[in-house]
Design a protein around this ligand. Structure first.
Ligand SMILES: *[C@@H]1O[C@H](CO)[C@@H](O)[C@H](O)[C@H]1NC(C)=O
Ligand SMILES: *[C@@H]1O[C@H](CO)[C@@H](O)[C@H](O)[C@H]1NC(C)=O
Ligand SMILES: *[C@@H]1O[C@H](CO)[C@@H](O)[C@H](O)[C@H]1NC(C)=O
Length: 518
């Protein structure tokens, strides 16, 4: 385990008196390509794209059971924009052409429904900036595309409409907006995930357009998360509460976790350092504080399977033993931090978290993990009000699996396969490819229906317990991309184990080119 006061270099380097800033070199493992598996993922991409294009395009999302559409992301074609970076990575050129033809026609000035600053940033802005970066990367062979500058123009137009969100007394944005004309909804607080998951996309936009305003807006907002006040907002060093006031940037609670509402704030701290180590050292230091506190205070082992590791939630300094599919990105994020900082302890802890999330898949009837799960911690007082046993009807499941299901649906989320991907890139261990392939086959068996893939109601019913008739746009952006990359040939956007990353992934799995590599 890492000493929490050591910052900026491997323990070994400091011990030897070496410069803490020396680059950390890992040897990259050998990777094995499986063309057959990669092609099977392409088949799934093409199948769901065809269904979307036929029945839903240019609306946001496909309802695959009834062949209808939904405009759940302001009607700008969320699935098309979210699919573009994946189509580029999979080299699905016909789909790339269809989406590139569409992008210039999107009217980002107009929508009739409420706009989420966060969702719009990670899906649309991230998707556009990533496509621009991939197409412009030196080893890409798409130079023929003339529409490429339009992608950036559209990204800028969208961000210009979103900018009004930051016009608050503190600069902490209102996450909820309306357009025509752009204006705030009037929220009084915002959460740390929706404040802290803008900084990569907006900083990149500034760097690409030579207009510093976008970066300044998001970094000002982030400053309240890097220096949380008052003390209740930081119950453990680096681990924060959730809600922050727009009027003064002060925290109003000390309740948090690595799950929904807070998760990607932590994720982006280390990713900003990868994006530009010169500008984002402070973000790295805050990631280290959060990671060390997580290892020291949150690591938890279930009574029935004490070899498994999950991360608890906190209410102030009191823990709750519950986690989510969303939180399963944590293993991958610890591994990425370990590789970046040359700290094997973070990588090892991340691999343990990956094992725990793997168990949430292999234990259910479908082989897919649930949305929310709980366990009883083996090291804290049993049956305390914050550490209860499972409900009776889940006792047998808990005895075997080490967790019980508190919300049983699966909405085509990527986080477990995403963390397998980082585990594979760090270790080269083919077991992670097999885990990803197994998960992908199970999702294909259970969720493929009608013209695409659908959210299901119950991962522990053999047939998935029924369909919600909804295909989230992140199915294209994330699940299909990570499922493909783990079996695919090396490429500039593949995660590197030796600290030579040319791209860093936003939380929607859109690869963003790291600063100074263009
Ligand atoms: C904006 O959207 C509304 C509702 O769909 C539509 O009536 C209007 O024509 C649109 N305006 C523009 C400029 O596209
Ligand atoms: C905790 O509660 C369960 C069920 O309520 C009971 O079976 C078990 O013996 C209790 N354990 C302890 C250590 O008190
Ligand atoms: C996915 O399901 C389809 C339809 O059942 C099948 O043809 C295809 O081979 C499956 N792919 C994988 C990877 O299992």
């Amino acid at each position: 385990m890492r000493c929490s006061s050591v910052v900026g270099g491997s323990a070994a380097a400091l011990w030897l008196g070496l410069a803490a800033a020396a680059p950390h070199k890992h040897r990259a493992p050998d990777y094995v390509v499986s063309k057959q598996r990669a092609d099977a993922v392409k088949e799934a991409f093409q199948f769901s794209w065809d269904g979307y294009y036929r029945y839903a395009f240019p609306h946001d999302s496909l309802r695959p059971v009834t062949n209808r559409y939904a405009d759940d992301r302001n009607g700008w074609g969320a699935s098309a924009v979210d699919a573009l970076s994946t189509a580029l990575v999979l080299e699905e050129w016909d789909v790339v052409d269809q989406i590139l033809e569409y992008i210039p026609t999107i009217n980002f000035d107009n929508t009739t429904t409420e706009v989420s600053l966060f969702e719009t940033t990670i899906r649309y802005l991230g998707g556009l900036v990533s496509a621009y970066d991939i197409i412009n990367s030196p080893r890409h062979n798409l130079k023929r595309i003339s529409e490429v500058e339009t992608i950036l123009t559209q990204a800028k137009r969208l961000a210009d409409n979103l900018k009004v969100a930051f016009d608050t007394p503190s600069g902490v944005p209102d996450n909820s907006l309306y357009f025509n004309p752009p204006r705030q909804k009037g929220s009084t607080t915002n959460g740390i995930a929706t404040i802290g998951t803008l900084v990569l996309e907006w900083t990149r936009l500034s760097d690409l357009t030579d207009d510093t305003e976008y970066a300044e807006l998001v970094q000002k907002a982030e400053s309240y998360l890097l220096h949380p006040k008052p003390a209740l907002g930081e119950p453990f060093p680096g681990l924060l509460g959730t809600n922050v006031q727009l009027k003064d940037g002060q925290f109003v609670d000390g309740n948090g976790g690595w799950g929904g509402g807070t998760d990607s704030f932590y994720e982006y701290l280390i990713k900003m350092y990868i994006y530009d180590p010169a500008r984002f050292e402070e973000y790295r230091d805050r990631w280290i504080a959060a990671a060390d506190s997580s290892i020291n205070y949150l690591a938890s082992h279930p009574t029935t399977r004490p070899e498994l590791t999950f991360l608890a939630l906190w209410r102030g300094r009191e823990l709750r033993f519950s986690s989510q599919h969303l939180a399963c990105f944590d293993g991958g994020n610890f591994i990425l931090g370990g590789l970046t900082l040359g700290e094997q302890a973070y990588t090892d802890f991340g691999l343990a978290l990956v094992d725990g999330c793997h168990e949430t898949y292999t234990s259910t009837a479908t082989g897919i993990g649930p949305e929310i799960f709980s366990w009883q911690d083996s090291e804290r007082p049993l049956n305390a009000s914050n550490n209860p046993p499972p409900p009776e009807d889940q006792q047998a499941f808990y005895d075997e699996s080490g967790f019980w299901i508190t919300s049983s649906n699966y909405v085509l989320r990527p986080e477990v396969i995403e963390s397998y991907y980082y585990a594979y890139r760090a270790t080269g261990d083919p077991k992670y490819q097999d885990w990803a392939w197994d998960a992908f086959q199970r999702i294909n068996e259970t969720c493929r229906v009608g013209s695409g893939y659908s959210s299901i109601k119950d991962v522990n019913a053999p047939d998935g317990g029924g369909f919600d008739d909804f295909q989230e746009s992140f199915w294209f952006a994330e699940v299909l991309k990570y499922s493909y990359l783990i079996h695919a040939e090396d490429a500039p956007w593949q995660v590197k184990a030796d600290n030579t990353n040319e791209f860093v992934y936003n939380t929607e799995a859109h690869p963003i080119r790291v600063a100074g590599k263009n």
